[in-house]
Ligand binder design. Structure first.
Ligand code: ATP
Ligand code: MG
Length: 235
């Protein structure tokens, strides 16, 4: 049995990492058993993220998101990452992640919870940076070798509220430092994607409390797991 790829998407501070961890805890702590019965013992859950789901990806994540340099760094300040270079670094991270981690895990029948995937590239580099959407689609195709998510949970929150949450969390990374208009365009990107791919992307109102959002996600996961694994769990 092939596994499933479940992706968490949304703007900065929408709650992806928080909700992904809560979903994992719920699935492992009894949620899977309640959906799958004894089949649960044959299915495992892993979490991963983009960028940074592999050793190579961790290096790329540092390049892409870290801001500032050590105070004692005497090398010349690097020029800002150019938009196309940024796009290609994300694509390299994804290509490695798909081959090294996602495909083998799916082949083993694992349920993967992934923090960001292809829609983030469309939203950030396409809508946010203004790069050609067809080009991004082609690049996503190359990077993923056609591997799409089975379910994408889009945590929908207004960009300003999300940024405020992210800022409260601590030091801002390179993406969070971009201006509000950029994040609004990213948000429009997710909105457009959700209306274009309603089968794959489920919108979740992420402005509610953490617990309320978790309960909505729990319900969706329950339904999907029943659909996906129903046949297998029949005697
Ligand atoms: N529903 C919620 N209501 C209020 N605060 C929340 C909610 N969900 C998460 N938070 C808080 O908002 C901050 C951002 O959440 P989180 O890190 O999960 O977002 P994220 O989408 O992963 O952000 P990023 O894109 O920057 O990785 C955290 O401090 C988290 O505790
Ligand atoms: Mg996060």
């Amino acid at each position: 049995m092939r596994g499933k790829l479940i992706v968490f998407e949304g703007v900065e501070g929408s709650g992806k990492t928080t909700q992904l961890a809560r979903s994992r805890d719920w699935l492992l702590g009894g949620g899977m058993r309640s959906c799958l019965g004894t089949l649960r013992d044959q299915i495992s859950v892993v979490v991963t993220r983009e960028p940074g789901g592999t050793a190579l990806g961790l290096g790329l994540r540092k390049l892409l998101l870290e801001d500032g340099r050590r105070q004692d760094d005497v090398t010349p300040t690097p020029a800002p990452i150019q938009d196309r270079a940024e796009l290609l670094l994300y694509a390299a991270d994804r290509a490695q992640h798909v081959e090294e981690f996602l495909k083998p895990m799916l082949a083993k029948g694992v349920i993967i919870l992934c923090d960001r995937y292809t829609d983030s590239t469309v939203a950030y580099q396409g809508y946010g940076r203004g790069l050609d959407l067809n080009l991004i689609q082609q690049l996503n195709q190359i990077a993923t070798d056609g591997l799409e998510s089975d379910l994408t949970l889009w945590l929908d929150i207004d960009a300003k509220t999300g940024l405020k949450r992210a800022q409260q969390r601590g030091a801002a990374d390179r993406m969070e430092q971009a201006d509000l208009d950029f994040h609004r365009r990213v948000q429009q990107g997710f909105t457009h994607l959700a209306s274009t791919y309603p089968q794959r992307i489920v919108r979740i109102d992420a402005s509610k409390t953490e617990e309320e959002v978790h309960l909505v996600i729990q319900k969706i996961l329950r339904q999907r797991m029943n659909e996906w694994f129903q046949k297998l769990s029949r005697p």
